[in-house]
Design a protein around this ligand. Structure first.
Ligand code: G
Ligand code: G
Ligand code: MN
Ligand code: NA
Length: 253
């Protein structure tokens, strides 16, 4: 409970913030959107990655509250950029336990009512590694999101126990191939084989594909040769605070 109280105070005191990592069409250089990533500017411990605090909140009500805060904050940010002439699609990470709550779609619909016009520029990323227990039900939730105009992506694809089952049963429009395979593909034939395999699967199942972990320009070139056009990673840009993004965009174009 101390943990929950601390997190609530962190949100209240604006220690929690979203960073944004650009996603680009590597063929044309066009920025296709940004992924919102949680950060905690901890007064004693410095900038914390969600890997260091999310697991402790997992499954609990605070995890849900934080998830609500994230989507609300991302949609506010999107609108604030829009009023300045920047039309950016945003991807938001959704925890599996949140997606699997019976009221998830209702919640999403309510959020979209609060932020009219947001649906078209929103994508939800579902962690492929997370325990999705009832795939038929999750598939229906994904369809319901898509009916609301919201896109859905399978995140960290290839790292879970049941990637192929997920692909088979979940109608997500986009697959994000995990950065571990992409980062290693130039040195390790096995990683390259996996990248090629996932690209082939994505094509066969008519899903869009985006590579994470584009750590250098050379990674981007390899991916384009392999037929993967969308990417994100340190070779393009690191996740940055919202107020740095307009300047980054101006420099990128
Ligand atoms: O940004 P970083 O690499 O530190 O993120 C670590 C992990 O935390 C990633 O797996 C990412 O998907 C996850 N993550 C980042 N932001 C959010 C968020 O807002 N909600 C959820 N559920 N996970 C997030
Ligand atoms: O699980 P998810 O893909 O949502 O995690 C995103 C995390 O990956 C972010 O914390 C981000 O900082 C990190 N990340 C983004 N691009 C790269 C990259 O090119 N290399 C590495 N090692 N990490 C990256
Ligand atoms: Mn993600
Ligand atoms: Na990922």
């Amino acid at each position: 409970h101390a943990q929950l109280a601390r997190m609530r105070r962190a949100i209240h005191q604006k220690e929690i913030e979203l960073f944004y990592e650009p996603k680009v069409d590597m063929r044309t250089g066009t920025v296709i959107g940004c992924e919102a990533l949680l950060r905690w500017r901890h007064p004693e411990q410095g900038l914390l990655s969600p890997a260091s605090f999310l697991p402790e909140l997992d499954q609990g009500t605070m995890g849900i509250e934080l998830g609500e805060w994230v989507l609300d904050q991302a949609l506010r940010q999107r609108q604030s950029w829009q009023t300045r002439g920047l039309d950016l699609s945003l991807s938001v990470n959704i925890a599996a336990y949140h997606l699997q709550r019976p009221d998830f779609v209702q919640w999403l619909r309510r959020m979209l009512t609060v932020h009219p016009g947001a649906a078209g520029g929103l994508e939800l990323e579902v962690l492929e590694t997370s325990a999705l227990t009832n795939l038929a039900a999750v598939g229906r939730v994904i369809e319901a999101c898509q009916d609301l105009g919201v896109k859905v992506a399978l995140d960290d694809f290839g790292t879970g126990y049941s990637s192929l089952t997920y692909l088979r049963h979940l109608p997500a429009g986009l697959i994000k191939i995990d950065r571990s395979f992409v980062a290693g593909m130039r040195e390790h034939q096995d990683d390259l084989t996996i990248v090629e395999g996932v690209l082939g699967l994505a094509r066969a199942f008519r899903r869009q594909i985006l590579a994470e972990g584009v750590e250098t320009v050379e990674h981007g070139r390899w991916l384009l040769r392999l037929g993967c056009r969308f990417g994100q990673g340190y070779g393009i840009a690191r996740a940055m605070p919202a107020d740095e993004l307009p300047e980054w965009l101006a420099g990128w174009q």
